[in-house]
Unconditional design. Structure first.
Length: 507
């Protein structure tokens, strides 16, 4: 659907009396005791988020209302399949204790549910930056599987949560499966949560805070579906959009808009994110580029209704240590009905070569700069920089289905993409995929340079630190790095290059 068509469709809806997004009910903060506390609380993850020293507090609320389940067709038409289904979800709020230190920004994250329970991926990457800037962060439970995990974790605390299916007898898929829950309720929930956060109601979760901008973010495909199907229709009483911009870190596809909706083929026009109406950034790590570049690449745009940036991050794996450190404590995972999973492994199987989730900061740095650039785009109309795509090696595929390779430089690192000091001033070859079973493909490994090569490249540790500092200054000027991260990187560059982010040792 064209930009003009979306605008006309919205105008027609308003003319027909389309109502503003309703403000849902809220309960909380939910009391915290020794035996009853939030799942995935900041002090109940494997690397604790230090909220108190940063002047932050965490609170949990339950949000209730009624949501529609929708149909969404290839031409972009959205219609109500089932109206006004009751729901109750939960949110985690991390905010400045002092409203005077609030930036006016709220980052709303649809939480990841790879292992059923909620998991705050984007907070794991940029939470420190949010606190340094004074942003509030709100994590939302958005899938029935997460509700089920929460109820196992604490049946009493989470008894009110419900994604009850308004059509429990409906069957879908070849097996004629029924379900007592409905994924499709989440989209109106997400809109209504935004309306709640922006309302002036005294009982809202951020009462006393002047909320200026909402930025939706997620690692999930549900955010892509929301942006394409719902965003242009979700308006506040003043006619403004609920969400002011989006940042997506995902290699996944848009998902079905309801439990029984047909899946989207990669040739479906809805597969490519466009004409969202507000700025939209999408980050894809190098490790995922060969698998998805044919399906997600599109030109960047500064058109008013189609402000878009695609960033492919050189040297980044699909998953890194920052994600895993934000997993719940193993005892809480077990309570939520899942096997205990240590953030630093070991797994029951070995990857090839044996590795642990890498702590390379490439994706963390790029995404954090993205949040800063997104804010400038919304607040001041300053368009973010454009990055060239990661280059795919030109080669003849041996057989259909072969995975293409990324073009590499003389050091074995990717050519193109969003740059960081990791690949601009390397101390290793960064390989974002590993061999082996299960999730090995999602984690990378590095091949550290030997001392002879390091000397040839940098001459001495001092020479290395100087080159890193120069690259950092360049990347900050070009807005690929925040000043917040630049200060830390320069301090880290003072160590010997053989131990900088590689795990190597000096000779």
């Amino acid at each position: 659907m064209t930009s003009k068509a979306y605008i006309l469709l919205f105008a027609a809806g308003m003319a027909a009396g389309q109502s503003a997004v309703p403000v849902p009910n809220v309960t909380g903060p939910i009391p915290v005791t020794k035996d009853s506390y939030p799942l995935t609380a900041a002090d109940r993850v494997q690397t604790k988020s230090d909220l108190t020293p940063n002047g932050y507090v965490e609170e949990e609320f339950f949000v209730s209302g009624t949501a529609n389940v929708y149909n969404w067709t290839q031409d972009g038409t959205l219609s109500v399949k089932t109206p006004n289904a009751p729901y109750t979800t939960r949110i985690l709020v991390r905010r400045p204790a002092d409203p005077a230190k609030f930036s006016g920004n709220v980052i709303v994250e649809n939480l990841e549910n790879t292992r059923s329970y909620d998991w705050a991926f984007l907070w794991a990457h940029s939470g420190e930056f949010f606190m340094n800037r004074g942003d509030a962060w709100v994590g939302m439970t958005h899938l029935p599987v997460a509700v089920a995990a929460a109820k196992k974790f604490n049946p009493v605390r989470y008894a009110p949560l419900s994604f009850a299916n308004p059509n429990p007898a409906e069957t879908c898929e070849a097996r004629n499966v029924t379900s007592d829950s409905e994924d499709g309720l989440q989209y109106d929930m997400f809109s209504q949560l935004g309306a709640l956060l922006k309302t002036s109601a005294l009982n809202k979760p951020l009462a006393g805070f002047k909320v200026e901008y909402l930025y939706g973010t997620s690692h999930t495909g549900e955010l892509l579906t929301y942006a394409m199907a719902i965003q242009s229709r979700a308006k506040l009483n003043d006619g403004k959009p609920v969400y002011d911009a989006f940042l997506s870190k995902t290699d996944t596809d848009p998902v079905r808009i309801s439990r029984c909706a047909p899946p989207m083929a990669k040739t479906d026009p809805r597969f490519i994110t466009r004409n969202v109406g507000v700025p939209f950034m999408r980050f894809v790590p190098q490790g995922d580029v060969p698998d998805v570049y044919k399906y997600v690449r599109r030109p960047d745009s500064d058109e008013l209704n189609d402000r878009y940036r695609l960033y492919e991050v050189a040297g980044a794996s699909h998953m890194d240590a920052y994600f895993y450190h934000n997993m719940p404590l193993t005892e809480d995972q077990v309570k939520a009905g899942q096997p205990a999973f240590l953030a630093l492994w070991p797994l029951a199987y070995a990857c090839q070569p044996e590795t642990v989730p890498p702590d390379w900061p490439a994706l963390k740095l790029a995404v954090t700069a993205g949040f800063q650039n997104l804010d400038l785009w919304v607040r001041k109309g300053i368009a973010p920089p454009k990055a060239e795509r990661i280059q795919i090696a030109e080669r003849t595929l041996v057989k259909e289905g072969d995975r293409p390779s990324v073009a590499t430089d003389k050091n074995g690192n990717a050519v193109g993409g969003v740059r960081t000091p990791q690949v601009d001033v390397p101390v290793a070859t960064y390989i974002p995929n590993s061999g082996g079973p299960a999730i090995c493909h999602n984690v990378g490994h590095s091949i550290p340079f030997d001392w002879t090569k390091l000397q040839a490249l940098y001459g001495s540790p001092k020479g290395y630190a100087a080159k890193v500092a120069a690259d950092i200054d360049k990347l900050v000027k070009e807005r690929w790095l925040t000043e917040f991260d630049a200060r830390r990187l320069k301090a880290e560059a003072g160590v010997s290059p053989t131990v900088a982010r590689t795990g190597g040792t000096d000779p």
